[in-house]
Design a protein. Structure first.
Lengths: 656, 154, 177
């Protein structure tokens, strides 16, 4: 029964989305308040109906209703309950429903809380949102219906891909999708602004929190995905430059640029048309990210089952969404002007530079991801673009950007003096120099890159922390008060930039000092590795809820108290597939990573890795997300905080 | 049913790729083994999705690892050993794309975007800069900057 | 001029989009062969059939031939096999290489299903296949009168593949000097 309810709710949602796509736009054009109100109601109802549909599918999964084809394919009774629930979005159809759910919820929030916006702007934003929603409801219903029935229903289902049966991955898709879909709101605002032909302060105050609200989960989602790949894929990599990873990195890079340019727009009314372009491109790359892997254009470890019909539909959506909005941009954007002036050396100038580098980085990833497709079409030859390419193109662009990060918050708005800025940067510069000298002392001249990485990390961490320290030091007489009154946005930026420093530290550490060893061991054997000794104490078969495993247990001695580490090779009989569960000892200084391989008469193959400082990569990533969250909680950024409607061009430069 | 099969194949090809070098493949000479290890990380497994032969469990990846080590043992340079595999499987096996006429955009595109963007940004910033009315002396400016600095907000 | 700048994004996008659409139909797993128009690398393989001759480079040339890589563990070869038998009965010169397989298993395959090949060599280590850039079986090479590879087909040979590609190709090569 639930499947039919869900299906019906989806059809209603599609109809509501069509209403939402037409009524408010027409209403705004005609100045008809009733039609605009219809748009708000449609958005709210649509959120309700998509929630119902998602609830129905989740219910079918949790209750093992194998008469629903999707459930039969991705779940079975032996699968633990949390994974039965997570299997709701473990397939193409289910994950699309999740995507549409988040989209509908965004629309609902816009409809419910957009009252502080100018009515026509809200109506146009909702109208554009309705168009996007309608196209995806259509995609879901016509090419990827999650509610198809099986007759007769099987007694037992298949299984969710065992690799996905993991707590980290249960969270990964919803978080990542919240990021991708969140950028759709900024997109809708951008297109609405182009239709209206003007951008005002209220627009900017609405867009920035939405951008931040999308950027936070995207950051966390990428970090989660990296951590998951590290411990689950079983060979200790943390980033593979796989097309799907790249697909999430591209909107992240442009989204980060957008986050900063929206700040300039909000505070100073500059970079207006550039910000609009970024809104369009960021969401377009999110679309490319979510869907291109489903089109069969690229091979990827992550690709869902590929269906060319879906590929055509998805490309059609991208063509319409991005193509029309960019055409609208080319037509309307030249008329949108902004008045604020600033000197080259200023916060605005710094952020322009930040945007320049982030855009170039995004272009690099785009070229690396898609040029194999284009080159193959041009001359039939196939090339691969892997880590060595990015080491030669991405890294040289990322390093100067990281070096510039510290200057940003030190710069004054409007104008500044570079000598004064240099003076403010003395302390982090000294710390960076110390780190470089230390790095060189440890590694010799061979380790120039490592030393530079360490210097960069120190520069970022100290330079960011100093923003808060300086502030609190200046108000040390009333320390408690000055800590309390520090704007959250400043705390947020400090955390995010320092997180970038920790990320740099982690990447530098693991790249420079990673070591590995492969050997064959029998029970009782001991091996010395990376300052520790590992003894294989037991190697035996264990039974899991829906798998059998061969488990190797090691006692590790050296570097602190002894501990036990175990690694499994799991076999999932229903899915007929194997996974490797690595044994990982996480410490701030480095991880010991053990995974078991094939068995042979001479013992079992054991692979050992030492990953120095690697955990800081993910701590840094989470800290960046946390920084974003703190910043979002700033009162200035709360939704609807701005009620005044002042066109940017008429807005006087705020006094500082 | 075909889709189920595809999923199963995808799952199977994903399963258990655990840094795949086996102890019996390794070379006795640690320096040569280190060279082979490093090279094999940048060679793509042609039957896998997106893995190096160093990471892949596939039988062909294992063969290629062994061939690579044989070439090194036979005295090949790194370039010769890689060229041996490229001659058989094309530039697809190299995770580092070749530098050719048709890959110029790939290799120099990032730089071109940076330069074009830099020129654009410079023109934009020049257009934004107010006509400088030099009313403040350097000291006064520094003073103002200090003052501004003391109450900066994010 | 300024207006044109604002139109640049949509122009670039349209170009990229055309590329995406063109890329849709293509199989991303298909790898082009490096062997085209090159002589077949030298090999001399032991026989799969006991007491029969092996298969060597010197057996090629003179008349156009197909060299088919198969293995007993290969599922797609099972689909292909009946069609290979048909080609044999039509008098097409078809040689076989049993790739990365046990010789006994490769022989049992022929004994059970019929033997479509003129010569069959056993490539247990897979090195001959690797020398020709074989990545998975079945793969079939078209070799011309001078012993050069002219075409490679990846995957099972079906009636459609034969009629559209391999058949006409063989016809053409037969006409060559």
């Amino acid at each position: 029964m639930s499947a039919e309810v869900g299906q019906f709710a989806l059809i209603l949602a599609l109809l509501l989305a069509l209403v939402q796509a037409v009524a408010p736009l027409w209403g705004a054009h005609r100045g008809d308040g009733v039609l605009m109100a219809v748009g708000r109601q449609a958005a709210l109802l649509q959120a309700v109906f998509v929630s119902v549909a998602f609830g129905c599918l989740a219910y079918a999964f949790v209750t093992c209703d194998f008469s629903v084809s999707l459930v039969a394919q991705h779940s079975n009774t032996a699968q633990p309950a949390p994974y039965r629930f997570a299997a709701t979005w473990g397939s193409h159809e289910g994950s699309m429903l999740l995507w549409v759910l988040i989209l509908a919820l965004c629309g609902g929030v816009l409809g419910a809380f957009g009252g502080t916006l100018r009515e026509t702007l809200q109506a146009r934003v909702l109208g554009v949102q309705g168009m996007i929603a309608a196209s995806f409801h259509g995609f879901l219903l016509f090419t990827s219906n999650p509610f198809l029935r099986l007759d007769p229903a099987p007694l037992e289902g298949m299984e969710l891909n065992p690799l996905l049966q993991d707590p980290g991955l249960v969270m990964h898709p919803p978080v990542l999708y919240a990021g991708y879909v969140g950028f759709s709101v900024a997109f809708c605002f951008a297109v609405a602004a182009l239709i209206e032909g003007r951008v005002d302060a209220a627009w900017a105050r609405w867009v920035r929190p939405w951008v931040l609200a999308a950027w936070i989960p995207l950051t966390l989602g990428i970090t989660l995905g990296s951590a998951w790949a590290y411990y689950e894929l079983g060979w200790g990599g943390w980033w593979f430059w796989d097309p799907v990873e790249n697909a999430s990195l591209m909107p992240w890079l442009l989204g980060t640029a957008l986050l900063h340019s929206a700040l300039v727009l909000e505070r100073r009314g500059a970079l207006v048309s550039w910000t609009i372009l970024l809104c369009i491109l960021t969401f377009s790359l999110s679309l490319v990210g979510t869907f291109l892997v489903r089109s069969g254009i690229l091979t990827s470890v992550h690709a869902f089952a590929v269906d060319p019909k879906r590929g055509v539909y998805v490309l059609g959506i991208i063509a319409l969404t991005t193509g029309l909005s960019l055409a609208l941009y080319g037509w309307r954007a030249p008329a949108i002007r902004s008045g604020a002036l600033f000197q080259p050396v200023s916060r605005e100038g710094g952020i322009t530079l930040n945007n320049l580098f982030l855009t170039a980085l995004c272009a690099t990833v785009f070229l690396g991801t898609f040029s194999p497709v284009f080159i193959e079409m041009l001359n039939k030859d196939k090339i691969s673009v892997g880590p060595p390419y990015y080491a030669r193109t991405f890294a040289p662009l990322a390093i100067p950007l990281l070096a510039l990060v510290v200057f940003g918050p030190l710069l004054n708005w409007k104008r500044d003096d570079w000598r004064a800025v240099m003076k403010r940067a003395r302390v982090p510069a000294a710390m960076a120099a110390a780190a470089i000298v230390l790095g060189l002392a440890f590694n010799g001249l061979k380790g120039v890159v490592t030393a530079a990485g360490l210097g960069l990390a120190a520069w970022l961490i100290v330079g960011s922390a100093l923003i808060l320290v300086r502030r609190w030091w200046a108000g040390r007489a009333y320390l408690a008060r000055s800590i309390r009154t520090t704007p959250r946005s400043i705390v947020g930026l400090t955390l995010a930039h320092a997180g970038l420093g920790l990320l740099t530290l982690g990447i530098t550490g693991v790249t420079a000092w990673e070591s590995d060893k492969v050997l064959s061991m029998r029970e009782g054997d001991t091996v010395a590795f990376a300052g520790r000794t590992l003894t294989l104490t037991a190697f035996e078969t264990v039974q899991g809820p829906n798998y059998q495993a061969r488990e190797a247990r090691f006692t590790v001695k050296g570097q602190g108290a002894p501990y036990v580490l175990s690694s499994q090779k799991r076999f999932y009989p229903t899915a007929q597939s194997q996974t490797t569960e690595a044994g990982i000892k996480v410490t701030p200084l480095g991880n010991l990573y053990v995974s078991v391989g094939e068995e042979s008469p001479t013992g079992v193959v054991v692979r050992l890795w030492n990953h120095p400082l690697i955990v800081w990569i993910w701590i840094g990533g989470f800290l960046m997300g946390a920084g974003g969250a703190v910043s979002l909680s700033d009162r200035r950024l709360r939704l609807g905080a701005a009620t005044k409607v002042v066109p940017v061009s008429a807005q006087p430069a705020p006094a500082e | 049913m075909k889709r189920l099969l595809l999923i199963a194949v995808a799952a199977a090809s994903l399963a258990g790729p655990a840094g795949a070098v086996n102890p019996d493949e390794q070379m006795a000479d640690p320096a040569m083994e280190a060279r082979a290890h490093k090279l094999s990380r940048d060679l793509r497994c042609v039957v896998c999705q997106n893995q190096s032969i160093d990471d892949s469990d596939a039988a062909l990846a294992r063969d290629l690892r062994i061939i690579l080590r044989e070439r090194i043992a036979a005295g090949d340079t790194d370039e010769q050993a890689v060229a041996f595999l490229v001659a058989r499987y094309g530039s697809f096996v190299q995770l580092q794309p070749p530098m050719r006429f048709d890959t110029l955009a790939l290799w120099f595109g990032p730089l071109a975007v940076l330069l074009a963007g830099g020129i654009g940004a410079a023109i934009y910033i020049r257009g934004r800069a107010p006509a400088r009315s030099a009313t403040l002396s350097a000291e006064e400016e520094a003073e103002v900057a200090e003052l501004l600095n003391s109450d900066k907000a994010g | 001029m300024r207006r044109l700048l604002f139109l640049a994004p949509v122009v670039v996008f349209v170009a990229v989009l055309i590329g995406f659409f063109a890329g849709l139909g293509r199989d991303p797993t298909l790898l082009p062969s490096t062997m085209i128009d090159k002589p077949v690398p030298a090999f001399s393989l032991p026989p799969v059939r006991p007491e029969a001759q092996g298969f060597a480079t010197t057996d090629l040339g003179g008349e156009p031939a197909l060299v088919n890589f198969y293995a007993s563990w290969c599922a797609a070869c099972r689909i292909e096999h009946p069609f290979l038998m048909r080609l044999r009965s039509q008098g097409v010169t078809l040689h076989g290489v049993d790739w990365k397989d046990e010789r006994e298993a490769g022989f049992k395959w022929l004994a059970d299903r019929g033997d479509p090949y003129v010569r069959v060599g056993h490539d247990g280590s897979g090195r001959t296949g690797i020398d020709m850039g074989v990545s998975a079986v079945p793969e079939t090479f078209v070799v011309d009168k001078r012993g050069r590879v002219r075409y490679r087909h990846v995957g099972a040979i079906t009636a459609e593949v034969w009629e559209q590609k391999l058949g006409p190709m063989m016809e053409k090569l037969r006409a060559e000097l």
